[in-house]
Write a protein of this length. Sequence first.
Length: 90
Amino acid sequence: MDTTIKVTSIHIVAALIAALLSAGLTIGWFGFKNDIFAFFIAAIILYFVGQFSQKIAGDEISGFSQWLWDGISPFFFTWVIAYTLFVMYL
């Protein structure tokens, strides 16, 4: 499988998990409500998923521009859409 597809798929799955956790923090599933902490949870998950993807991809993906389009953008857009849907419908 192509490296770009692997990295993008990993980021999309992680964004769905981050959106669920962030929605839980916004709704109050964990005993408190905090929208700002929900965003930071997503940013922390993005960082660790990026480190994991770097280990998988190695030197095949280089440069910030490629990481932006293969990892960060799919994560961000998936997280925003899923977070909004989870908050509205859960």
